[in-house]
Design a protein around this ligand. Structure first.
Ligand code: WT7
Length: 658
């Protein structure tokens, strides 16, 4: 006899089904009382004390929020604390010194474990070394390291002595590193000899040296030896070996410097509309309170958990949810150096299985790959340790959502689709997994204490289901404080569009478009600016275009995003050569090389379309919208405003032919 219920679950899941959080999850969830929304609402902004009070403060703060100088908001003022002390020392004091802090999984199967005590020793020794190298509170330390334990150690050592870190994603180019060091006025660099990339030993140190050549400042450099005999290197003047330094300062401790709540913990460069990357400034108290609170309330992490965020620490996701959030809670955070498909496509599930991972957090682009590869890979492993799944970085459609829920979570783990940005510091939109219904495809409502509105160009809220601009209507603790050295640009980029300064009403423009439904659930549609989300990070089309036009023989270029069938965004470059050129293989090679060297391999266009001219309006502006539509195979609107409408036909022929 066929069990009817069983038959039911065999049927494909309708895309728009909403799901309740599994009961056994709710029973143990860190947050399970729906009253939390009202409690936060009724006591805003004091509600955020709940987050701040989970931290160890040297001096208690006296004001939760100061808004006199909006939009330069100040959180938990009067308080002092140290992030390294919160992420390391206090867990030693609470008797958890032998609890594992970091479980590192190397690309080739190497493994390292740091207990909180080990982490304490490493952070202290490296902090002592940095001091000896002349680093003082307030000096910006640039860290250009791949996913090895020395990366979080360096970050925490900086935090310990009050030196803001400036982590540059290891896959970015020498030029990108130089630009970021220069903009931040940073004269100290922590890097490594090299690392494994696609199986090869890749020379990171030579890239760092190239960057230094273009900097005016004398840069002191610490080099971590990742590859040993695989890639021998010699140290030059003003260069120190990380292990030698550790040994020299072996056993030394450094008192964590008491930092004002508003002191900068770190800065992180991210792409904006123009070619100049923006130096997003994060504070100490508000940032740490917000990331620790969301790690607990949204990702449901507990100190006893083994938690894995499969992102790179070189982007904000890793800062907040591999390093600061989980370590502030005293949990075990997994750090993985490799890729999901090496040595095989079940690598991640093998790691989940072997480490009995409780909570797993990744990006939709990875989930779409898993789905493409098929369920046989997760099926090979015991994933029953998992309790909650998370996603971040792009919209996740109902299909990949349901695949993740079913084949990774075994229909027993809630999935949180968390919306946030480098600028928001921590999650701002998501369901609370122990409270809310999940709606696959929609991120969820604003978190308690967060204000969200989807508005038209005049700032008026649109009706449910209508597309509008996603704005945040209230300040929040993890918010960026400014753009490094550019207060004006900070106001211009994020606040000018929807605020009314005369009425002292401030509204944050996220740069995303979205819809909101009757229940307040937000569905993210995409970005409004010229930014492409790819490879876990954010790329500026202008930056890519300028690398392309650097190539001899290129007259102009326009770069747009194309959503591929798999849902990933591909980079599409239109290049005009100023005339008709047929054999462009060489030019293509030079373009790819130039983009790789200016930004990094993640920015290389997937498609290059050569054209005698770019389509332009009569006033000479490139019609990007049109190029986007062409890239996305969409119906083309009215082209009569073009100065050169005939070019559209040529591009279409080129595209379809090539
Ligand atoms: C942009 C921010 C912060 C995490 C990593 C990216 C997009 C982020 C979601 C989501 C739809 C999302 C937005 C946002 N994004 N999370 N859950 N659903 N889109 O940080 O590089 O600063 O990029 O990522 O477009 O603006 P980022």
């Amino acid at each position: 006899m066929v069990d009817r219920n069983e038959r039911e679950t065999d049927r494909p899941i309708p895309a728009d089904t909403s799901r309740s959080p599994p009961e056994q999850f709710v029973e143990q969830a860190n947050v399970s009382d729906p009253a939390i929304y009202d409690e936060f609402e009724d006591s805003w902004p004091a509600c955020w004390e709940r987050a701040a009070d989970r931290l160890s403060w040297r001096e208690e703060y006296d004001t939760v929020l100061e808004d006199e100088d909006a939009p330069f908001y100040r959180w938990f003022t009067g308080g002092t604390l140290n992030a390294s002390e919160n992420c390391v020392d206090r867990h030693l004091e609470s008797g958890r010194k032998n609890h594992v802090a970091i479980r590192w999984e190397g690309k080739h199967g190497e493994r390292e474990t740091y207990t909180y005590r080990d982490l304490y020793v490493a952070v202290n020794e490296f902090a002592a070394a940095l001091r000896e190298l002349g680093v003082e509170a307030g000096d910006v330390v640039t860290v250009y390291l791949p996913m090895i334990p020395e990366l979080p150690i360096a970050m925490l050592a900086c935090a310990r002595i009050g030196a803001p870190h400036n982590v540059v994603f290891a896959g970015l180019s020498a030029d990108a590193l130089a630009t970021r060091m220069d903009a931040a006025g940073s004269e100290i660099l922590v890097t490594c000899d090299g690392y494994y990339r696609r199986g090869d030993a890749f020379n990171q140190k030579s890239r760092a040296e190239n960057a230094k050549l273009s900097l005016e400042a004398d840069v002191r450099t610490v080099v971590v030896d990742r590859l040993g005999a695989q890639l021998p290197h010699v140290l030059g003047e003003d260069e120190w070996d990380y292990d030698d330094l550790r040994e020299e300062f072996s056993g030394e401790t450094v008192d964590p410097v008491a930092r004002e709540s508003e002191d900068m913990l770190f800065l992180m460069y991210t792409s904006g509309t123009t070619g100049d990357p923006k130096g997003v400034v994060h504070s100490t108290g508000g940032y740490l309170a917000h990331v620790a609170w969301t790690t607990r309330a949204v990702l449901d992490v507990e100190p006893e958990d083994t938690y894995w965020c499969a992102a790179d620490i070189g982007w904000i996701t890793g800062h907040s949810y591999i390093v600061y959030g989980p370590l502030a809670l005293g949990t075990t955070t997994v750090m993985y150096e490799g890729t999901p498909d090496y040595p095989d496509r079940d690598r991640l599930w093998e790691i989940v299985d072997r480490n009995a991972v409780d909570v797993f957090y990744t990006a939709p682009t990875a989930i779409r790959s898993f789905m493409k590869w098929g369920e046989k890979y997760p099926d090979r492993h015991d994933l029953s340790s998992l309790r909650l799944l998370g996603t971040v970085g792009e919209p996740i459609g109902p299909r990949p959502w349901n695949w993740y829920y079913t084949h990774v979570g075994g229909e027993e783990c809630p999935v949180v689709d968390t919306w946030w940005q480098t600028e928001t510091g921590a999650v701002t939109i998501s369901t609370l997994p122990g409270v809310d219904e999940m709606k696959p495809g929609a991120a969820g409502p604003a978190l308690p204490g967060i204000g969200v509105a989807v508005v038209d160009e005049n700032g008026v809220s649109v009706d449910p289901g209508e597309t509008g601009y996603l704005t945040l209507t209230r300040p929040w603790p993890g918010m960026l404080r400014t753009l490094y050295d550019s207060d004006d640009r900070f106001v211009e980029e994020y606040w000018a569009q929807f605020s009314d300064p005369d009425a002292n009403e401030w509204r944050y423009a996220s740069g995303d478009t979205a819809t909101v439904d009757e229940d307040g659930y937000v569905t993210i549609l995409g970005r409004v600016d010229d930014v492409i989300n790819a490879g876990g990070g954010r790329l500026s089309t202008m930056e890519i275009e300028s690398a392309i036009t650097d190539v001899d023989g290129v007259a102009e270029s326009a770069v747009v995003g194309r959503s591929s069938d798999s849902g990933d965004t591909k980079i599409y470059a239109y290049v005009s050569t100023g005339g008709r050129s047929e054999a462009n293989a060489e030019l293509r090679r030079l373009i790819l090389e130039s983009v790789e060297s200016a930004i990094g391999p993640i920015a290389k266009p997937h498609e290059i379309v050569f054209t005698p001219e770019l389509p332009k309006t009569r006033s000479g502006k490139i019609m990007r919208r049109l190029l986007e539509d062409i890239a996305n195979d969409e119906e083309l609107g009215d082209t009569s405003a073009l100065r050169n409408p005939e070019i559209v036909g040529e591009i279409l022929t080129d595209r379809d032919g090539g």
